[in-house]
Design a protein around this ligand. Sequence first.
Ligand code: ASP
Length: 439
Amino acid sequence: MNNIVVCKFGGSSLSDAEQFRKVKAIIDGNEERKIVVPSAPGKGKKEKHKVTDLLLMSHQLGIHKLNFDEVFNIVKKRFISIKEGLGLNTDIETELDIIYENIKKGAEQAYCASRGEYLNGLLLSDYLGYRFVDATEVICINEEKPDVETSCEWIRSKISVEDKVVVPGYYGVNNEGKIATFSRGGSDVTGAIMAAGVEAKLYENWTDVSGFMIADPKVVSEPKPINSLSYKELRELSYMGAPVLHEDAVFPLKSLRIPIQILNTNCPEDRGTLIISDDSFETVGRVITGIAGKKDFTAIYVEKLFLAEEEGMFRKLVSIFETNKIKIEHMATSIDTISFVVPTQQIEGKEKKIAEEISIYCGTDNVEFSKGLAVIAVVGRGMVNTKGTSAIIFKALAMAGINIRMISQGSSELNIVIGVKNEDFEGAIKAIYNQSKEM
Ligand code: ASP
């Protein structure tokens, strides 16, 4: 490990000149913060739009030969006001003119989308006095996914351990040498790849919240923060609707066991959340690390005598969902029944077709659809060695008068997943949260 800290700053952390000042104070506070990855300016106190959205809009209008001056002017003003607010010399005006002309000529979407990070990177490198390294030199992306190995090779050849550099987030080049981006929020992934490439001792992800909370603050008032999370817990919670970090940000760091610290640019003293390797010895201190969930699933119940014993039955059923492009989120079986939980949005309008296919292919007796299901995951690496966790969760729900429609426990004993009615979603999370404080 090298004494390097990679810092990624999200869009709201760099939304205007005042935010840039906060970022510089943070960087100056630790000599080891040598690699900085900025997002494009996001929403701010006065700014209503994300620059990336405005650039995508300009691109849309541009390819249809419509006038995009009004939208592009907002982008222009944002960057010029940051430059002037900080008294910088970067010729951002010429850069903006080039981008404008390219959009007019029908530049590709990825190029347009990436320009917010590019311009912010130029300004930030000028402001910090760090060298600007374009992401096209060090980040390889194909179909929105990072090529970590190639990127790390490029990083090692372009950046030394003493270097202080700014590398724009979110984009890179693909195998054809064209600009490519990750999916939205992808600067998190750039930061992770940079940390892996230089074998950093820490990846700091600076955002506008002080890390993960045990439960969504929109559901539970003032939930406690999560001080430490394992990589696997992070994946479970992010997948289940607790978004703070892009889901591809963990993979590059896993084998090197580089920790990620989520921190708040506006409250830099807050402890934040430290995301650590799954085999780390750090104790949790609590059985339940976090609770997250999503609404609007449909449960499909399939019934047939001795269904579980019939050869190829599961394969046939799963293939029906596959060919209809419906993602199975959960599956529960018994001797005569099997139930699938799928996102309602994906099955809507296809119910009749699915029911027909199931009864034709599988000769089933009965297929039922039950909409309006919410799925809640209770996640905790401390559950493995603790008895009675599920008893406590179920008791909490029973006492709150909530009926459980589905239960499933992940094979790693890292999570317990519960299905309740949509209207019970908030109540269930509150009840589990209140009970988890005792554990
Ligand atoms: N600026 C891009 C977005 O808005 C990427 C990022 O912020 O990470 O999604």
